[in-house]
Design a protein around this ligand. Structure first.
Ligand code: AMP
Length: 397
């Protein structure tokens, strides 16, 4: 599949060239405009260092937050640039605009190996509109384009897709890794291939389930979304989260999985609570016996054991979405134990961005996971089988 076989920064001559790099420096800032989590900046370091070592002139471009009215100091890239400079241990040049006079002068004056950061690309509304004239202006700052922002690769914006019409375009090391792990899992997985899906709603993950039914050996469902499937099997779910209008569809997905010989595992038991709060009275019940007035907030010990055994046998596991309301410590056990099972299995383990990635990191299992995706929305769309515009626009090998 061409979308999984893209040229990388190593496949193109960058030395002495001005290289426009789309990075994801959309980092959280505190009240004093200090970066409070630099994970995303760290994620781009391999590509930036590689370019510097090869003598390229790196021009980094990113968005930060959601500016609406042109330049606003609170959405400036300056704090991210300062952090990048600390991490690289050398000065990084900050442009005062994106495609204006300052950006032109500073990119024109770059020396080999130097790094510059443009201002927030979303100061221009043309960015999200993928305006061709804006994309052309942006592209005119450079001779080569590198996309290393997986988190925005599912958006066809000027800095992710538009510029590829004007420059030879390849991926950086971060996107390369995303493609290697997720692309291989979807196109040629080591088997058994197991998907674990959780989170609040079935409706958010229908397309993922439909796509994975054609590819997986087992699908494990936990979290709030499990109860819609439980209803489709004819059981009551008390006052648990349930999407009434999706019960029919859930039933069809169950049948489809059966027809394809895909094991579809729902929790055997579940922790139910009287109220949606951490201190609520709670107990474990079998899934067919959920009492009225109680809501399921986590998977039970039987489910943890069964899911864990399937994960232990797997050769590839993709996980997206928590097994329960993991923000409340009393209902975080299922999510924790699945994270543990994944970290202990010998499988190629891939964790989608968002809540499940945060859970794995908080629990200290991150270094035992083969790949933690850097994009929540983008990784979901990847799992849905959608070709991400920011990736498909890159040159094929
Ligand atoms: P998502 O963004 O779809 O991955 O959903 C994540 C959210 O699902 C988290 O905020 C969890 O608290 C929530 N969640 C997981 N399990 C349940 C449940 N059994 N009932 C209600 N919410 C849940």
């Amino acid at each position: 599949m061409a979308e999984y076989n893209k040229k990388t920064v190593e496949d193109i001559d960058v030395s002495g060239k001005r290289v426009l790099v789309r990075v994801d420096f959309n980092v959280p800032l505190d009240a004093n405009f200090k970066v409070t989590d630099d994970t995303r900046i760290i994620g781009a370091l391999d590509t930036i260092k590689y370019l510097s070592e090869k003598g390229a002139r790196a021009i980094l471009v990113s968005h930060l937050g959601r500016p609406k009215n042109g330049f606003e100091e609170k959405f400036s890239m300056k704090p991210a640039t300062a952090r990048l400079s600390e991490l690289l241990g050398k000065p990084v040049i900050q442009a005062a605009d994106v495609i204006g006079d300052d950006a032109r002068a500073k990119t024109g004056g770059l020396k080999n190996g130097e790094v510059l950061v443009l201002e927030n690309v979303r100061f221009h509304p043309e960015e999200e509109k993928n305006d061709p004239a804006f994309a052309k202006e942006l592209a005119s700052l450079a001779e080569v384009y590198v996309n290393d922002a997986f988190g925005t690769a599912h958006r066809a914006h000027a800095s992710t897709e538009g510029v590829t019409h004007y420059l030879p375009a390849v991926c950086g090391f971060l996107i390369k890794k995303e493609i290697e792990f997720m692309g291989t899992a979807l196109s040629n997985p080591a088997r058994p291939f197991v998907a674990i899906l959780g989170g609040a709603k079935v409706s958010d993950k229908i397309k993922v389930i439909e796509n994975l039914i054609d590819k997986c050996d087992s699908i494990i469902i936990g979290g709030g979304m499990a109860y819609t499937f439980v209803r489709a099997q004819g059981f009551g779910v008390g006052s648990s989260l349930c999407e009434e209008d999706k019960i029919g569809l859930a039933g069809e997905l169950l049948k489809k999985a059966e027809a394809r010989g895909v094991k579809f595992l729902l929790p055997l038991d579940t922790i139910v609570a009287k109220e949606f709060k951490n201190e609520a009275e709670s107990k474990n019940v079998l899934i067919g016996e959920m009492p009225d007035g109680w809501m399921g907030l986590d998977i039970g010990p039987g489910a943890i054991k069964e899911f864990g055994a399937v994960v232990a046998e797997a050769k590839t596991v993709v996980w997206n979405g928590p097994m329960g309301v993991f923000e409340m410590p009393n209902f975080a056990v299922g999510t924790k134990e699945i994270a543990r099972a994944l970290s202990e299995s010998g499988a190629i383990s891939i964790v989608g961005g968002g809540d499940s990635a945060a859970a794995v990191e908080q629990l200290g299992f991150a270094d035992k996971i083969s790949h933690i995706s850097t994009g929540g929305g983008a990784s979901l769309e990847f799992l849905e089988g959608i070709v991400l515009p920011g990736i498909s626009a890159l040159l094929d090998k």
